[in-house]
Ligand binder design. Structure first.
Ligand code: SF4
Length: 759
């Protein structure tokens, strides 16, 4: 299968003055980046009509989920769209023109930096931005503003798996193989990921493994993905939230003790086995069952199932894959947990498809399932506090020198590493924190851990500038709002969860008052007297980005827009425009590397690095009356819901926050189905409608994090972070739950707008 040509087509509609235009592009939401046709019908004097339809592409095979198929609704929301820059005066916004607002921002930045230093201004980016904007925002922070204080919301999504992959493989590409490789698997172990809700077209790649009874889902909830294991399709294992690390160590203990490990592979392709063996040896299943909530027999069965499958794969059988998601990564030991999942895959001889040069077929591998639309590109183009474009490191002299050369600045003028996201926001406005913040495509008032504290800090800033296309809850807090382009109004590239680089195409004209961030950065850099060139066309920025990543781990230098427009399958690293000679499972010629590590891992010696993994803490029993609060996503909403809560069909389907409670927990705390509960942690409280289900553990409750106001799940979560990745512990918060008192419940239906509905 080849990707369809990505060109716009125009045709007059017979018998009417309407013009229809169809553009091939990709969904605005998640990292599956489903291909879609967006058709725009223009009739004089009427609002445009829009349609979306799934297009042929390996990740989605023509399908779209409910979010993708309604994405065009965002283009209609013109009344709700920010169409002019806004300046807050006396607590209310007034419209302004661009000259006024950019002059004001530049003046205030100059004043704040002259009083408090360059690092008094911070920048917060997003995994939703195109590669070009991600590249430009990192450059704007370091060259335009001269600040080290930049990080982004992907710190809360991908940082643990990213760190673990870097430590073990020497490189972070979420899935180092194409998604279609899963189609032929005999066994897939999926830890902490609910793809059936978050990226439904993914599920078709699990059909084969389900037919073979080989899908294993590890999740404290019987999620929609866990339901896929029913009727003999696989196994659902329900550990306590945060029990995954010990579970994986215990599975490794059994694999090593019972001889399932692939000794030849481990000798040829890894270092550090003995260190890992010693640390896993402490976690025999009978010891691990208390810490994990999973019985010793089930742990042994899991290890043997994986061992059998991997052994068969070594001898020409179908491959075995281990995949992780945020459920196991968003913990204060998320890096160790992802490292344990990778280590288990290595013990079984899977990553890289097996032994170098092996002719007996591919054995499988490890991957992490990136969440945000450009979650992969977003973490490699230089908006991370410690990184420069191409996965180069801010602290590495050679990396600094190369990027400085491209930027035309002195390497000494590039600031050092800044604070990671949670620390940046939690220290904001304090003695060691930034006094001004630029926020781009991120709704931190809802998505940050301990969100109440973040909102308090935002209100204390000397200057908050938010660039967005809707007035998000964060934008409402801003001093200045800059209206920017959304998805179908811009050109650019995105990098999907497989490391495949894709073209995003402009299908509609943006509102007259909206501007691209590329233009905004250029205008502000000019006003601030910054050095370097500041191109404003995405294709020009891509050319610069190619140079900045040349020779780096995430090398895009061999790519250009023309190749992507031809629908070529390009997976980084792409040091050369030449086809690698590889073809994908669907027969596409591949540029770059779709399957990584087949000959060597990315460390200097070519080997993967195993090492000891020792849990720094074990799940403490909750105090009397406490439960574990965990969060996640619904099928109908995306991230903080800034976009999806504005799509009528999605808002109607999921209009308000709810909390899933086990029947025993409901009985214990006198909660009733469809009643309201107050959840409270040391940081805040939230109100949620109760859904009673036996699909969740009795010691755990779950709420989605898409909703604002009193339904903001992150009012409860805390700023505890993983010391290696700075990932917050979103998935395990001690909390209490009780029925809401009459005065705390929402007003009856009809007396209120549905929470989360379009403004
Ligand atoms: Fe595909 Fe994700 Fe968009 Fe759904 S939200 S259509 S799964 S890219």
């Amino acid at each position: 299968m080849t990707t369809p040509p990505m060109a716009a087509s125009e045709a007059p509609e017979t018998g009417t003055p309407a013009r229809r235009r169809t553009v091939q592009t990709h969904c605005p939401y998640c990292a599956l980046q489903c291909a879609m046709s967006l058709t725009v019908t223009e009739r004089p004097g009427e609002e445009n009509a829009y349609e979306t339809a799934g297009a042929r592409f390996p990740t989605n095979q023509g399908r779209l989920c409910r979010k993708g198929s309604t994405a065009h609704e965002l283009l209609k929301s013109r009344s709700d769209r920010i169409t002019a820059p806004l300046i807050k005066e006396d607590g209310a916004f007034r419209e302004a023109d661009w000259e006024e607002v950019l002059d004001l921002v530049a003046d205030q930045v100059r004043t704040i930096q002259s009083e408090h230093g360059k690092d008094a201004v911070g920048v917060f980016g997003s995994g939703a931005l195109t590669n070009e904007k991600t590249y430009a925002i990192g450059k704007f922070a370091r060259v335009g503003l001269g600040t080290s204080q930049i990080d982004y919301n992907g710190r809360w999504c991908m940082s643990s798996a990213s760190k673990a992959s870097t430590l073990v493989f020497g490189l972070d590409r979420g899935m180092p193989f194409p998604l279609t490789d899963l189609n032929g698997a005999c066994t897939v172990l999926m830890l902490g990921s609910n793809v059936a809700d978050t990226m439904p077209p993914f599920v078709q790649h699990l059909d084969g493994v389900r037919d073979k009874g080989g899908l294993i889902v590890v999740d404290p909830r019987r999620s929609a993905t866990a339901e896929l294991t029913a009727d003999g399709a696989g196994v659902h294992i329900q550990p306590t939230p945060g029990g995954d690390l010990v579970l994986l160590l215990s599975v490794m203990q059994v694999v090593l003790e019972e001889g399932w490990a692939d000794a030849d592979y481990l000798t040829a392709r890894t270092n550090g086995l003995e260190e890992l063996r010693r640390s896993a040896a402490h976690w025999w299943p009978e010891r691990a069952q208390t810490a994990t909530g999973v019985g010793a027999d089930q742990i042994r069965l899991l290890a043997r199932k994986l061992g059998h499958a991997a052994h068969a794969a070594r001898h020409g059988g179908d491959p075995v894959f281990i995949l992780t998601g945020r459920g196991v990564e968003q913990h204060r030991d998320g890096t160790d947990t992802a490292r344990a999942a990778i280590s288990l895959a290595l013990l079984l001889g899977l990553p890289g498809g097996g032994m170098p040069g092996e002719s007996g077929g591919r054995r499988g591998g490890y991957g992490t399932l990136t969440g945000q639309g450009n979650g992969q590109g977003g973490r490699e183009m230089g908006q991370k506090s410690d990184q420069l474009p191409g996965l180069r490191m801010v602290a590495d002299p050679e990396d600094r020198a190369r990027v400085a050369e491209v930027w035309g600045v002195d390497a000494a003028d590039i600031p050092g590493p800044g604070k990671p996201a949670t620390q940046l926001l939690h220290q904001m406005a304090g003695p060691d924190g930034v006094k001004a913040l630029f926020v781009h495509a991120s709704n931190i008032a809802l998505s940050a851990p301990d969100a109440g504290r973040v909102v308090e800090n935002l209100r204390k800033l000397d200057l908050l500038v938010v660039a967005d296309f809707f007035l998000s809850e964060t934008a409402e807090e801003a001093d200045i709002v800059l209206p920017v382009l959304q998805w179908a109004e811009e050109e650019g590239t995105m990098t999907n969860l497989e490391g495949r680089v894709l073209r995003r195409r402009r299908a509609v004209e943006p509102p007259e008052g909206a501007r691209s961030e590329l233009w905004i950065f250029a205008e502000l850099a000019r006003r601030l007297g910054a050095p370097s060139a500041w191109p404003t066309e995405p294709a020009e920025v891509f050319e610069e980005l190619r140079e900045a990543t040349r020779g780096a781990k995430a090398d895009y230098s061999g790519l250009d827009y023309a190749m992507l427009d031809d629908g070529r399958a390009a997976y980084w690293p792409v040091p050369s425009a030449l086809s690698s000679g590889e073809t994908s499972m669907t027969g596409e010629p591949v540029i770059g590397t779709s399957r990584m590590f087949s000959e060597r891992f990315a460390h200097a010696d070519g080997k993967a690095k195993l090492s000891a993994i020792r849990p720094r803490r074990q799940n403490q029993p909750r105090a009397a009356g406490e439960i574990t609060f965990t969060t996640g996503r619904l099928m109908e909403h995306y991230q903080s819901g800034t976009q999806t809560r504005r799509v009528p069909a999605l808002a109607e389907a999921q209009p308000e926050v709810y909390v899933e409670v086990h029947p025993a927990t409901a009985a214990q705390y006198a909660l009733s189905e469809d009643g309201y509960a107050v959840l409270e942690s040391a940081h805040g409280q939230m109100l949620a409608r109760v859904e009673v289900t036996d699909g969740i553990r009795a010691d755990t409750v779950f709420a989605p994090f898409h909703f604002p106001g009193s339904g903001t799940a992150n009012l409860l979560t805390r700023g505890l972070t993983d010391p290696e990745s700075s990932m917050p512990e979103f998935k395990s918060t001690p909390a209490t739950i009780r029925p809401a008192a009459p005065h705390e419940r929402p007003a009856p239906e009809g007396a209120r707008a549905p929470e989360g509905a379009a403004a």
